[in-house]
Structures are given as structure tokens and as C-alpha cells.
Design a protein around this ligand. Structure first.
Ligand code: 9MR
Length: 562
């Protein structure tokens, strides 16, 4: 007899590759065996025995693994366990993550400022243009040199950062950097990926067209002296309204070392990528390189300017800070991208690569890895001034540590090897671990690395302690109430699709007694998540969390279906 659907069987709700690993996690199962059946009903096509019951540290759950990797026949299936129930349906298919990759990239289109989202591209989520940003005031904090306070500048376009409507350069850095890394590594895959945006069919990959939306905005954030404004923002966060109803005065505030170097790194990288499309973008590669060089010069002359929001007044600014007082990683990233783009070894002399590099997981405040990734991507074309073997060893040390984390995981995932990984935006850690593992696979061809990367994609799409597939619009149990103003204000039940929720985090910054705050949802690190608008600490979305997912899903698709 058919059993009830349950979220106690946790699995990638999208599915698996025919020759790939296939695992479900079952919580508190008494049964010893499981079966896999066609989703539409019928005889079991697979039956297996559970692994031993184990406790997953980050959630404290007692779980068993149901492994069915041998099930290779394409189809739609469910996992069934006596006394537990039936899983959400999933596919076994050769392009199983193609729509995930496409959807996660398309999300950036929905995040565009200053242009209307037409029904032809946005469907149900069509909306008027918000935030023209053609009359933005230079805040007094930004006027130490360069344009004076009160100057009106134009910096239209780009992507909204997150659930709020501001545009932040620091966070744009790693987001654009990750998408450009994908573009450099998988140009053929990118060329075939059509996301249905206004630029589709113009002879340039949609991935590049979309990324350039934000790159062009970033160019407008550079002051005449080469320094780059930290952000373009209202004084305070706006209400739960659609973008075109959010009309408070916009400012560019304080130029800073981190923003300027993130800008230098990504403009250098963009210059390299765009130079391959000279006909489509005449002169752009040169402009990007020149902008990157001017930013570098400014940062060398202003090497310690931290963004200090608390010191700003007239008006005071209370929106996202993205404050970062450590600039060595931004200097390294910028120098190494400039070296790769210009071939000028002076950049390496300015920021030498350590003889024994250490590679961790990048985030918006720690971007040295982005430089290492680009160097490794160009390992065949750079000369003896770079010890590529040392970089390779460093990357593989990190990747091997991730393999060990997976080995020790009751969920059979890399994510959660340390509880500190469940910080604000934890899902981006799962994504970024996956990026490193894909790179390890590129370097070695060792399938264990790719399978470990897939384990984290499985995590994000449902094999986790919440049972959610964290990507809106993908899966049966997926966030419906993300902290995203358009999704909250548009009157459409379904959220804007393709957005990755921040994920489990027990910081509780959004918990409190006020009407706009959350009731306490905190449990264990891996389960502290609530699908509610109130939860900006677990259920917001950002451009820098989506980017590693775009990379991960796309790279895995490219590797397994090319
Ligand atoms: O992603 C940011 C996270 O690392 C910080 O801990 C948190 C608090 O400072 O801020 C997050 O960034 C938010 C930004 O400041 C404003 N837009 C929404 C971002 C995601 O919540």
C-alpha cells in the first residue's frame, strides 16, 4: 500500500545522475530495508539495506543512509520505508541539474535594478523598474578627495544585493568573481545556457551578459580619483514594498580599501573574459583594465581605509555594513588578477604568492582563495614565476580535508564538518566547499572530488537537517517566505524562483519580542532555520550566496554531461 509522503526521508528533491552517487538519509528509522519505486506507482525497482544508525553532530539526529547508487535507469522515483513513509519524488537523469543551474543564474535577472522585468522574461514576476539611480548623492563620507559631497552622480543598473534594495561593492566582488570563474572555466557550457533574458541570442553567453549587468554598475561606482564607493544605499532599509515604491534618497558612501580592491580584482577578471568578445563589446576590455589599474593605484595609496558606518552622519547610514578591516586578502586577489590580465610581474612582486599557500573557504570578507582559483585556472599559461605545484598541493589539502569530512558525516555530506560552518549564510559555505572540490576534480580527474561536490549539492537541495530544498521553486519542500522584499510584496504566493536561502544559523539576530521579529526558532546548528519573512538571519537571499550554487550546479552539469 502507498505510504504517506514524509520529510523524514531527506534527499536531493531534484535528483541524481545515472552513474552518480544516490543517497537518502532517513531519520529515526526502525526498518532495516528500503525500496525505490516509480513515482507514479508500480513495482519496486530497487531494494536495499540501511547503513548503521549514526548520530550527525551538527543536528544531533540519529540517521541511517539509504544508498542506491546502482539505480541507473532514468525515471521519476520515490524512496519508501516501512513505518516512515514515502520521500518526495526525484529524477534519475543525465541533465538532472540543468534547470537548477539555469534557475539559479536566472535569479540575477530578477534582482536587476533600474529596468522593468518584462513578462516575456519574468513571467508571473514581471514588475516595473525600481531605483533608476540616475540621481545619486555623494555622501559627505565619500568626499575626502574626488567628487565633493552633494555631487549628483548616475550609477544605474546592477543587482540588488539581497532582500533589501541596496547595492554593495564588497559583496558584488565575490559574486561577480565566482560567475566569471565559471565563465572562464566552462565557456562551452556557458555558451549553451539560455536563461531567457533580454540579451539572450545576442551571440554572448547569458552568463556573461548577466554578469556584465553588475560589472557596468560597478564601473559607475569608481570616483574620479580611482577610489571606489563602498555602496549605493538609502540611509535606512526600506519597507516591505515593491522596488518602484521604494523611493527614498540614494547615496554613494565612503570610498574604502576593501571595495576598491574587490573592484580592481573583478574588473581585471572581467577585462580578461570580455576580451574574448571584442566584437560585441568594443573597447570594454580596455576600459575595465584601466579602471582596475586606477583602483589598484588608489588602494596602494590608501591601504587601510576600513568602512566605518558608525562614524557616518548627516545622514547616518544603517543599512548593510559589509565591514571588513583586513585587506591583505583583497590586496592579494587584486594583484593576482591584475597579473593574470596584464602579464605584468610587478603585481606579483607587490603581492608575492606564499611559498606554502593555505586555501580555505572564501566568503565576502575573505577573498584570497578567489585569486588562487584564478591562478590555478590559468596554470597552463603562467610562467615559472608562479609555483603552480604548491598551489595545487594547497587546494588538494583542502579538498582532502573535505573528503574526510564527508567520510565522517552521518549525512554523507561535506557540509557541517565543523559547526562554525553554520554561520549567517551557511548555505554559501556548502556551495563554496563544492567549488573547491570541483577545482580538485579539474586538477586530478579523481571522481571522489566530484562526488563530494555532488554531496553538497544534495545537501542544498534537500539532504539536510531541515528537509528543505533551499532553492526557491525547486523541490516539493522549498522556502515560500524568503526575506526578499519583492517576493513579500508582489501578491504572488510563490517566491521569485532560483534564490538560495541563507540556511541554518543559530545566531538568532532576528529573534525577539517585536512584531517584526521571529519567535525563537533556534535548535541545533544544522536545524536552526525558519521559512518565514521575519528571518533575515536564516531565510534571506543574496547575490553572493547564489553565485557558488550557480557555479556548483553548472560545473557539475558541464563535467557530467559534456
Ligand atoms: O552576509 C552578511 C553576513 O555575513 C553578516 O554576518 C550579516 C550581518 O552583518 O550581514 C549579511 O549581509 C547582509 C547585508 O549586510 C545587507 N543585505 C543583506 C545581507 C544578507 O543578510
Amino acid at each position: 500500500a502507498a505510504q504517506a509522503q514524509t520529510d523524514a526521508i531527506r534527499l536531493n528533491q531534484i535528483g541524481f545522475y545515472p552513474d552518480g552517487p544516490k543517497t537518502a538519509v532517513v531519520v529515526d528509522a526502525e526498518a532495516e530495508t528500503f525500496t525505490v519505486r516509480p513515482a507514479g506507482g508500480g513495482e519496486a525497482v530497487y531494494s536495499g539495506a540501511f547503513g548503521a544508525a549514526e548520530t550527525w553532530g551538527p543536528s544531533g539526529e540519529t540517521v541511517r543512509l539509504a544508498e542506491f547508487s546502482d539505480l541507473a535507469a532514468p525515471g521519476e522515483y520515490v524512496v519508501e520505508v516501512d513505518g516512515v513513509g514515502t520521500s518526495y519524488p526525484f529524477a534519475v537523469s543525465g541533465h538532472v541539474h540543468q534547470e537548477v543551474a539555469r534557475g539559479a543564474l536566472k535569479a540575477y535577472y530578477y534582482m536587476r535594478a533600474s529596468e522593468p522585468l518584462e513578462a516575456a522574461y519574468a513571467g508571473r514576476w514581471a514588475r516595473p523598474a525600481g531605483h533608476p539611480d540616475d540621481r545619486v548623492l555623494v555622501h559627505n563620507s565619500a568626499a575626502t578627495a574626488g567628487r565633493p559631497a552633494g555631487t549628483v552622480i548616475s550609477a544605474p543598473g546592477g543587482w540588488y544585493d539581497a532582500g533589501d534594495y541596496n547595492k554593495y561593492v564588497v559583496n558584488s566582488g565575490i559574486s561577480v568573481g565566482t560567475l566569471l570563474l565559471l565563465m572562464e572555466q566552462y565557456p562551452a557550457y556557458a555558451a549553451a545556457l539560455d536563461t531567457g533574458i533580454p540579451e539572450s541570442g545576442d551571440g554572448v553567453p547569458d552568463l556573461l551578459d548577466e554578469t556584465l549587468v553588475n560589472v557596468r554598475w560597478m564601473l559607475a561606482m569608481q570616483d574620479e580619483d580611482g577610489g571606489v564607493y563602498h555602496k549605493l544605499t538609502t540611509a535606512n532599509f526600506e519597507g516591505e514594498v515593491m522596488p518602484h515604491r521604494a523611493t527614498a534618497t540614494r547615496y554613494v558612501v565612503q570610498k574604502g580599501t576593501a571595495a576598491t580592491l574587490d573592484f580592481a580584482a573583478t574588473m581585471a577578471q572581467a577585462s580578461r573574459v570580455v576580451s574574448g568578445y571584442d566584437d560585441a563589446f568594443p573597447g570594454l576590455a580596455d576600459s575595465l583594465r584601466t579602471a582596475a589599474e586606477a583602483a589598484w593605484v588608489w588602494a596602494r595609496a590608501n591601504p587601510t581605509v576600513a568602512y566605518n558606518q558608525g562614524a557616518l552622519s548627516d545622514p547616518a547610514i544603517s543599512t548593510g555594513a559589509y565591514g571588513d578591516g583586513t585587506f591583505s586578502d583583497e590586496f592579494d586577489w587584486a594583484a593576482w588578477e591584475l597579473f593574470l590580465t596584464t602579464g605584468d610581474a610587478a603585481y606579483l612582486a607587490a603581492r608575492p604568492i606564499p611559498t606554502r599557500p593555505s586555501i580555505g573557504t572564501p566568503w565576502w570578507g575573505g577573498v584570497r582563495e578567489m585569486g588562487y582559483y584564478s591562478l590555478l585556472t590559468h596554470r597552463e599559461d603562467i610562467g615559472d614565476e608562479v609555483d603552480v605545484d604548491a598551489l595545487r598541493d594547497a587546494l588538494l589539502r583542502q579538498a582532502d580535508a573535505f573528503l574526510a569530512d564527508r567520510e565522517g558525516s552521518a549525512y554523507d555530506v561535506v557540509m557541517g564538518g565543523q559547526t562554525s560552518q553554520f554561520n549567517w549564510g551557511s548555505n554559501s559555505n556548502a556551495g563554496n566547499q563544492g567549488v573547491a572540490l570541483v577545482l580538485a576534480y579539474q586538477l586530478t580527474g579523481d571522481r571522489r572530488y566530484l562526488d563530494a561536490a555532488i554531496s553538497n549539492l544534495d545537501y542544498l537541495l534537500g539532504r539536510n537537517a531541515t528537509g528543505f530544498s533551499f532553492l526557491t521553486g525547486f523541490g516539493d519542500k522549498t522556502p515560500m517566505h524568503i526575506h526578499h522584499r519583492p517576493s513579500q510584496a508582489d501578491g504572488i504566493a510563490d517566491p521569485v524562483p532560483g534564490l538560495l536561502a541563507g540556511g541554518p544559523h543559530a545566531g538568532g539576530q532576528d529573534v525577539g519580542p517585536n512584531s517584526w521579529q521571529c519567535d525563537d526558532y533556534r535548535t541545533t546548528p544544522a536545524a536552526s532555520y525558519v521559512d518565514d519573512w521575519c528571518s533575515y538571519a536564516t531565510n534571506e537571499i543574496t547575490i553572493n550566496w547564489n553565485a557558488p550554487l550557480v557555479y556548483l550546479a553548472s560545473a557539475i552539469e558541464a563535467e557530467l554531461s559534456e
